[in-house]
Design a protein around this ligand. Structure first.
Ligand code: PMP
Length: 428
């Protein structure tokens, strides 16, 4: 490891900016699903969702180069690229979700959605799950439950727990019973927000519950939340920063799997394949209402270069059939994962969908005690064998496998074989 570079980093960026792995990876290049370190070692990237269509995709690089060599200005001028992209992006939503505001990050997109919800409802009360992350602005830090922050939760925020059908504690309960209890908790939060005078502005849900550890939720859970919130006068924000753009395979957007149409859909990470591009999609009515009282201007958001990149990403997703590929590869991987965990009682059943999946790690065969330390060891052992992935969930004990959608069937033996070898080494 290059200690000089590490120390220079500490002396400039600081010690608390997170670095992965016991020995940080010093990367120099990426291509498709491969990352190369400074010593020339190649790693299969099974972690990064931002390079959605693959690291350094030549078509994305060329779209960026060509537009940067022609024109790049903020959005206070007319430009074909920007409108072409907005039209294509919006064509991927249900009728009614027909306006987009661009931003540079998922945080900004969520912040904006909350501003619009507040303006529409006049209320401040927010509902969020008890282990989630939606961004880093001051406003969002007050609703952050799944990442270390020194700010306490705002007194206008109520949190609810996302049920997991695969949890040991739920094994003897029916799905209906779990659903009823979970929705009763949401109802109680809503009643409390009303009672406390905050009223109900919005609920935000990450539609694959990735920060929560990819729990398998009861059928009708997200629909039920949306209904209750709307009955209480609130709006629904679907955070698609992780789940969107075909990641889950079965649908283009995660909310579609649940059969809801949100009031706001917020997007980020994969949209620009690494170029900072994000946004919020909503209805014409909500945007008009917001626009009548606010001038939204964001210097770098949705410029011609960003739009050229975002548009090329959408075209590649289509041309390379990446949504279908995510579903097909996910379906191939699941039974292999199921076999792997079945033989090892301290590993939970596979969770997730498409190319975002994993399994829980426990210290006991009854699967009552999540084991973050063993999960960390697994991540390190898998890295030592040349595959990069990570961990998630409230206790950090769910293995998190989320490769670029550029993954191909030919990479599966390496991915799955490596996980199996590391499991054998670490669990014995
Ligand atoms: N929402 C979710 C679900 C996220 O995972 C993240 C980033 N990890 C964000 C929002 C914030 O996005 P950004 O880092 O682009 O601000």
């Amino acid at each position: 490891m290059n200690n000089t570079l590490l120390n220079r980093r500490f002396a400039t960026i600081g010690r608390h900016s997170p670095l992965f792995y016991e020995e940080p990876l010093h990367l120099v290049s990426g291509e498709g699903v491969w990352l190369t370190d400074v010593e020339g070692r190649k790693y299969l990237d099974a972690y990064n969702n931002v390079p959605h269509v693959g690291h350094a995709h030549p078509r994305v690089v060329e779209a960026m180069r060509a537009q940067a060599g022609t024109l790049n200005v903020h959005t206070r001028y007319l430009n074909d690229r920007v409108v072409d992209y907005a039209e294509d992006l919006l064509s991927r939503f249900e009728p009614g979700l027909d306006r987009v505001l661009f931003s540079n990050s998922g945080s900004e997109a969520n912040d904006l959605a909350f501003r619009m919800a507040h303006q529409h409802t006049g209320a401040r009360g927010i509902l969020v799950t008890d282990h989630s992350y939606h961004g880093h602005t001051s406003f969002l830090t007050e609703i952050t439950t799944g990442l270390k922050t020194h700010e306490p939760l705002g007194d206008h925020v109520r949190t609810f727990h996302v049920p997991d059908l695969d949890e040991a504690a739920n094994r003897d309960r029916s799905e209906q019973e779990i659903l009823t209890a979970a929705l009763a908790e949401v109802e109680a939060c809503l009643a409390d927000l009303v009672r406390s005078g905050h009223g109900v502005s919005a609920v935000i849900v990450e539609t694959i519950f990735s920060t929560e550890g990819l729990p398998r939720v009861p059928e009708g859970y997200v629909t039920g939340i949306a209904q209750l919130v709307r009955q209480a006068g609130g709006l629904v924000i679907a955070d698609e920063v992780q789940a969107g753009l075909g990641r889950i395979g079965s649908h283009f957007w995660g909310y579609q799997k649940h059969g809801i149409v949100p009031d706001f859909v917020t997007m980020g990470k994969p949209l620009g394949n690494g170029h900072p591009l994000a946004g919020v999609v909503t209805t014409a009515e909500l945007l008009e209402e917001f626009g009548a009282r606010n001038e939204y201007f964001n210097t770098f958001a949705g410029t011609p270069v960003s739009s050229a990149v975002g548009h090329e990403v959408l075209k590649i997703v289509d041309d390379e059939a990446l949504v279908e590929s995510s579903e097909r590869l996910g379906a191939l991987i699941r039974p292999r994962m199921a076999e792997l965990v079945e033989a090892r009682p301290q590993l939970g059943v596979p969770r997730g969908s498409g190319l975002f999946f994993g399994f829980s790690v426990f210290s006991d065969a009854d699967q009552l005690h999540p084991d973050a330390q063993t999960t960390r060891q697994l991540v390190e052992a898998i890295k030592a064998r040349g595959v990069l992935l990570s961990k998630i969930g409230p206790t950090g004990s769910v293995l998190k496998i989320r490769p670029p959608l550029a993954l191909r069937e030919e990479h599966l033996p390496l991915l799955l074989g490596t996980i199996e070898e590391a499991v054998d080494e670490v669990l014995g």
